[in-house]
Design a protein around this ligand. Structure first.
Ligand SMILES: *Cc1c(COP(=O)(O)O)cnc(C)c1O
Length: 396
């Protein structure tokens, strides 16, 4: 009933209401979880919308349309993980093609490119995507795309989607943005000039650490068709039940992210006041290029903070002594998660590579949750206080 569709102009309203359904005979307010792998053909040569669930499932398609609408793209695709989405997107290129990649992209993406796509002769040049001259210089006659993350791990370096896509357009290249750290609530890369946006929906879109999922959205139908071929052809699709969890997560995206962002700002202020902290990395801290780009292109500075303890303070003891904030990889969930990049998320890098990326043994990454900020600051305070306690002598 297209004509009765309410005109929803505001983004937060669209998050909650999603898309109207056309196959709902019960009045259910949510799209059903269609646990059906196959669909009936009324006649052998009938033109059916659904035939087999790898090719399309109504619950998954609902989520895909929801994300296409939120990212202002032609078509969205849901995958069984973020890396599966990235695999399908990079799979649109051919052997011999070259892509310029950000030098701080997610480690799993780097491994996929270096250990999988190199075998089918995809060439890459990693560059600092904040350095526009370096990006320009890395472009070769065989270059087809520039791939990066707007806010990148673990130092939260910010890249301008506008500036990169301008370079890409001038050279006839695609701009591909991993928007996991921001979500369409804080940035819509396709509106800033990008052609494809990908997400690990495992993080903020899901938001509750209970599902692994990936999303890709293409701005134009022609590129969407190439991604769809890979989604259906490779087959790493998101299940109907998990599609529903991401759909549900998206409904609370605005309220969750508002809280993530405001909690992060309070924690940044707190950390900057503590003598045990040598440096805080957060795009919302004024005076850096990251801040400049973030202020111009993001709706908020995000919920991830990295910080370095002063030399002499034991970072392992610090994270292990936290009570409320949990020691775990991953990010973007309602609960706060903390980790040591050199030992956990970035352990695959050699000591030299870690050093070059600024990943010291004192570096801590915090994914700020939506708890009461007083409790989070309380937990950080007690653990920081304990760092200066004299080590108790064993007296037995
Ligand atoms: C987690 C993550 C991925 C990979 O997603 P999975 O869902 O774990 O496969 C890709 N990019 C970024 C920025 C991530 O944080």
């Amino acid at each position: 009933m297209e004509s009765e569709e309410i005109d929803m102009t505001e983004f937060d309203t669209r998050l909650v209401h999603g898309r109207s359904q056309h196959d709902n005979q019960t009045g259910a307010v949510n799209v059903p979880i269609y646990n059906s792998s196959t669909f009936i053909f009324p006649k052998v040569d009938a033109k059916v919308t659904w035939d087999y669930a790898r090719s399309g499932n109504p619950t998954r398609n609902y989520l895909e349309d929801q994300l296409a609408a939120l990212e202002n793209g032609a078509k969205g695709f849901a995958f069984s993980s973020g890396l599966a989405a990235i695999h399908a997107v990079l799979g649109i290129f051919s052997p011999g093609d070259h892509i310029v990649i950000g030098n701080t992209i997610y480690g799993g993406t780097f491994r996929l490119i270096n250990q999988f796509f190199k075998r089918w002769d995809l060439k890459v040049t990693p560059v600092d995507t904040q350095d526009l001259a370096a990006v320009e210089n890395a472009i070769q006659p065989t270059t087809k795309a520039i791939y990066f993350e707007t806010v990148a791990n673990p130092l939260l370096k910010v890249t301008s989607v506008k500036a990169i896509s301008k370079i890409a357009k001038r050279h006839g290249l695609l701009t591909i943005v991993d928007n996991t750290f921001l979500t369409p609530y804080l940035q819509q890369p396709l509106d800033l000039g990008a052609d494809i946006v990908v997400h690990s929906a495992t993080k903020y879109l899901g938001g509750h650490s209970d599902v692994v999922a990936g999303i890709a959205v293409a701005k134009d139908q022609a590129i969407a068709d190439r991604i769809y071929f890979n989604q259906n052809g490779i087959g790493s699709v998101l299940s109907p039940a998990d599609s529903n969890l991401i759909r549900r997560g998206i409904q609370t995206l605005a309220v969750r992210l508002d809280r993530h962002v405001s909690n992060a700002a309070k924690i940044v202020n707190f950390l900057q006041s503590r003598p045990e902290i040598a440096k805080v990395y957060y795009p919302g801290i004024a005076g850096t290029k990251d801040y400049e780009i973030a202020t111009a292109e993001l709706k908020g500075y995000g919920g991830i903070i990295s910080f370095e303890l002063q030399k002499g303070f034991d970072a392992i003891k610090f994270v292990e002594n936290l009570n409320l904030i949990q020691l775990a990889v991953s990010l973007g969930a309602v609960e706060s998660l903390i980790e040591l990049p050199y030992k956990m998320t970035h352990a695959e890098l050699s000591p030299q590579e870690q050093l070059k990326a600024g990943i010291t043994h004192q570096l801590v990454r915090l994914s700020v949750g939506i708890e009461d900020p007083k409790d989070l600051i309380g937990d950080l305070t007690q653990s920081l206080d304990r760092l200066s306690e004299p080590v108790s002598e064993v007296t037995d």
